[in-house]
Design a protein around this ligand. Structure first.
Ligand code: PXP
Length: 249
C-alpha cells in the first residue's frame, strides 16, 4: 500500500480573517505552518462569491509554499482564466451553489459531461493535474474516466455526516460506497483522493482504503487549531492517518 498524503485546506483561516475584513489571520502563514508540521500539500477554494479565499491569497500561496497547491474551483470561464494564470500544481473542480454553506454534493459528471470536458482538457494541456470532486458512485467514476480526468476526489461528506449523527447503518452503507468506489479507481487507472467532513477518527478509518492516496481536510483542522495550535493538529492528523494505514497493512 502506498503513502497517504495530507492536503490541508486553509479556507477557514480566511473565513476568520474576513469576519473582521483585515489581513489577519493570514492563510499563507497557516499554510507554511501546516507544511512545516507535515502537510504534503495545501488546498484552497476560490469561491465565486470570494467568501473566504481571495484571488490575492491564491497568488500569495503559490509564491510562498514549497509543496503542491491544489486550487479548488467551479468550472467557469473566469475561474479557468485565474487558474491558467496562477498555474497551481492541481485543480479540483467542484460544484458551487451560492446558497450552500459548504460543497454539498459531488459534480454532476454525467449530465455535465459536455460542459466539463473543455475544462478538464484545457487545465490538463496547461500541465495542471485535474481532479473531479464526485459522489462515490460507480456511474460517476465511469463518467470521470470518460472525461479523461487523471484524479477523482471522493466526497466523504455523507459518510462523515452519518458518523456525526451516530446513524450506524447509514454510515456503514456510505462507507461501503466509498470502499467500492475507491476499489474501482484502480481498474480505471484514476488516482483516488477523498475529502469533506473528515476528523481524526474518520481519517484513521478511511486511511485503510488502499487506493486512496490523498485526503483533503480543512474545517476540522482549523477548528482544532483553536485549542491545540495548527502545527499540533496537523501532526495529530498525520499520526491518525498513518495509524489507519499501518493497521490495514
Ligand atoms: N475537498 C473538497 C473538494 C472540498 O470542497 C472541501 C471543502 O471545501 C474539502 C475537501 C474539505 O472539507 P472539510 O473542510 O469539511 O474538511
Amino acid at each position: 500500500m502506498g503513502a497517504l498524503r495530507l492536503g490541508v485546506n486553509i479556507d477557514h483561516v480566511a473565513t476568520i480573517r474576513n469576519a473582521r475584513g483585515g489581513a489577519l489571520p493570514d492563510p499563507t502563514r497557516a499554510a507554511l505552518i501546516a507544511i512545516e508540521a507535515g502537510a504534503d500539500g495545501i488546498t484552497a477554494h476560490l469561491r465565486e462569491d470570494r467568501r473566504h479565499i481571495h484571488d490575492d491569497d491564491m497568488r500569495a500561496l503559490k509564491a510562498a509554499i514549497s509543496k503542491p497547491l491544489n486550487f479548488e474551483m467551479a468550472a467557469t470561464e473566469p475561474m479557468l482564466d485565474i487558474a491558467l494564470d496562477i498555474r497551481p500544481h492541481a485543480c479540483c473542480l467542484v460544484p458551487e451553489k451560492r446558497t450552500e454553506r459548504t460543497t454539498e454534493g459531488g459534480l454532476d459528471v454525467i449530465g455535465g459531461h459536455n460542459s466539463l470536458k473543455p475544462f478538464v482538457a484545457e487545465l490538463g494541456a496547461a500541465g495542471i493535474r485535474v481532479s473531479l470532486f464526485i459522489e462515490p458512485s460507480l456511474e460517476a467514476l465511469e463518467a470521470a474516466a470518460s472525461l479523461r480526468a487523471p484524479v477523482v476526489e471522493l466526497h466523504a461528506g455523507a459518510w462523515c455526516h452519518a458518523l456525526e449523527r451516530q446513524e450506524h447503518e447509514r454510515a456503514a452503507h456510505e462507507f461501503e460506497r466509498l470502499r467500492a468506489a475507491a476499489a474501482k479507481t484502480a481498474s480505471l487507472g484514476i488516482e483516488c483522493h477523498a475529502g469533506h467532513g473528515l476528523d481524526y477518527d474518520s481519517a484513521r478509518t478511511i486511511a485503510a482504503l488502499p487506493q486512496i492516496v490523498e485526503l483533503n481536510i480543512g474545517h476540522f483542522l482549523v477548528g482544532e487549531a483553536i485549542f491545540v495550535g495548527l502545527a499540533e493538529t496537523v501532526k495529530r492528523m498525520r499520526a491518525a492517518m498513518d495509524e489507519g494505514r499501518g493497521a490495514a497493512r
